[in-house]
Ligand binder design. Structure first.
Ligand SMILES: Cc1ncc(COP(=O)(O)O)c(C=O)c1O
Length: 379
């Protein structure tokens, strides 16, 4: 059997990793500023993470949600503390798409409505409703296309108000990334998030904060949406949550009430997944990684903005987009193959930086040197 060929692959095989470095099977070292797509939050093979997972694995790796799993309770308590949402409730699942799927479903259970508001360039995952709320028709199959989703312009308060004035009573939920990732690192303005909160309150709709990529401390705040000073009703999270172990969840405001059987999943919140998520939170908390992400990100963005060749630098904390416009089209590939630096990208030509939250300043300076050399060389 061969693999179903859906991923365009780099010809690199990673055989080991440590901190913000990965090593290929030929012994070459790479600087990882991509974090395996914003997943590696506390660094590869972090000792506390390895220890916590190994210890758990030796005791029990999995049992289903038909029994008590104290690690889930421990995780909920710590997540409440570190995220500052102690009165919220936690439902655990396995991926970002599944988290959003459950969030959208929960909203609909709550208000009995079907209409979803999403935004231009949004990415919320590839399962049925999550993909229908994703602004990319090429990945929406006909079977997903029947959902009632309207895409409004991002950061446009007037358009949102006009939509609610016309259809507010039918809106079940509004879903928004605090910083659009796949869409090119576009930061939602506080005023826009406040408008979503206000209109959702006025029309009894649910505000869903998709924090799958921009959450778990990456922006320097636990949820990047928090920059607006208003709370969402549901926060979805995944990626950085397990530092590579597949674990995801939704944090749910107290006004949404649980009912047995309402949501569920076989693997969600298993013992190993909880150990991974706990290890990540413990390291974020103990090592003040949110503060570090903010300070290092501010420094990095300030330095990047000094390059006259760069069209725009966007982002917050360690979620940074370098918009190169229509120049330097080979830069991302050159960073990888000439300089052994992994970065991400968004179409048409945005370099995305999504490193571990404990990246060191020396690594940022190394990147800036290489970046400067490459920009000069391509003149
Ligand atoms: C903002 C956002 N939401 C949801 C998802 C989907 O997550 P997953 O691939 O874990 O299903 C992604 C993945 O890139 C994402 O960036």
């Amino acid at each position: 059997m061969q693999l179903f060929d859906v991923y365009p692959l780099n010809d690199i095989t990673i055989s080991s990793a440590k901190g913000s470095r990965v090593y290929d099977d030929k012994g070459n070292e790479y600087l990882d500023l991509y974090g395996g797509h914003a997943v590696i939050s506390i660094g590869h093979t972090h000792p506390h993470y390895v220890e916590r997972l190994s210890t758990q694995l030796k005791k029990v790796g999995f049992y289903s949600n038909s029994v008590k799993i104290p690690q889930q309770v421990e995780l909920a308590a710590l997540l409440g503390k570190v995220s500052g949402k102690e009165d919220y409730h936690l439902f655990l699942c396995n991926s970002g798409a599944e988290a959003n799927e459950n969030a959208l479903k929960l909203a609909s259970f709550y208000n009995g409505r079907k209409k979803v508001v999403a935004f231009k360039k949004a990415f919320h995952g590839r399962t049925s409703l999550a993909v229908a709320a994703t602004d990319n028709p090429s990945i929406v199959a006909p079977v997903n296309a029947s959902a009632d989703v309207t895409f409004l312009p991002f950061n446009d308060v007037e358009a949102l108000e006009a939509f609610f004035a016309a259809h507010g009573e039918e809106v079940s939920s509004v879903i928004i990334e605090g910083i659009q990732g796949v869409g090119g690192i576009n930061v939602a303005s506080p005023v826009f998030l406040q408008a979503i909160r206000r209109l959702c309150d006025q029309y009894n709709a649910i505000y869903i904060a998709d924090a799958v990529q921009c959450g778990y401390g990456r922006s320097g705040r636990f949820y990047s949406h928090d920059r607006s000073g208003v709370d969402a009703d549901v926060y979805s999270m995944a990626k950085g949550m397990g530092n590579g172990f597949p674990v995801a969840g939704i944090s749910i405001a107290p006004k949404l009430h649980a009912k047995h059987g309402m949501l569920g999943t076989t693997f969600g919140g298993n013992h190993l997944a909880c150990a991974a998520a706990l290890a990540v939170l413990e390291v974020i908390d103990r090592d003040n990684l949110m503060e570090h992400a903010k300070t290092l990100g501010d420094y990095w963005m300030t330095e990047l903005k000094k390059f006259p060749q760069v069209k725009e630098v966007r982002g917050e904390g360690l979620m940074i987009g370098i918009d190169l416009g229509d120049q330097f089209l080979t830069l991302k590939k050159d960073l990888l193959y000439k300089h052994r630096i992994f970065t991400g990208e968004s179409k048409p030509n945005v370099i995305r930086l999504l490193p571990a939250l404990n990246l060191e300043k020396a690594d940022v300076d190394h990147f800036l040197d290489i970046f400067s050399t490459e920009l000069k060389a391509s003149k």
